[in-house]
Design a protein around this ligand. Structure first.
Ligand code: SF4
Length: 153
């Protein structure tokens, strides 16, 4: 998996203070996407074991309490990103206590494949669906268009 940006302190992508990772790769190509530079799987740079360790360290850093981790992109559920996302989230669940995980994807929950579905067991909130420009609503919290759904698990 490649990624574009990592924010160790983020107050925009989800509730509270968070760590946020924007991964590379998205096959939805929504007209009006504000993140087109992330579409290619080989854009950005490789997400290494050191990057994963850093996220775990930041989540457990008591000097700056984080509510949780946000995964966005690109699409964290692009089939080629799923193994790395599962690995990261399994570690978050094992090594970080009391953190919530939000994940944004262009797939709807109903569209998820058997390979993608195990991610749902490791997250707290899924914001799903493609961005539809005609349904853009800037007053919606945590999503861009009103077809997108926030699923709380
Ligand atoms: S799913 Fe998100 S990142 Fe992918 S094209 Fe649509 S708006 Fe852009």
């Amino acid at each position: 998996m490649n990624f574009h940006r990592y924010y160790p302190i983020d107050v925009v992508n989800g509730p509270g203070t968070r760590c946020t990772l924007f991964v590379a790769g998205c096959e939805h190509h929504c007209p009006g996407c504000y993140n087109q530079s992330t579409w290619r799987l080989d854009s950005g740079r490789p997400f290494t074991a050191a990057d994963e360790d850093r996220i775990l360290r930041d989540l457990n850093d008591r000097r700056i309490p984080r509510q949780g981790l946000s995964l966005s992109g690109g699409d964290p559920l692009h089939p080629q990103n799923v193994p790395a996302v599962l690995h990261l989230l399994e570690r978050v669940r094992q090594e970080c206590e009391g953190k919530d995980v939000w994940l944004w994807t262009g797939y709807t929950r109903a569209e998820l494949s058997p390979e993608q579905r195990p991610v749902l067991a490791l997250i707290d909130v899924l914001v799903d669906g493609r961005f539809i420009r005609e349904r853009y609503n800037p007053s919606l919290p945590w999503r861009g268009s009103d077809n997108q759904v926030i699923h709380y698990f």
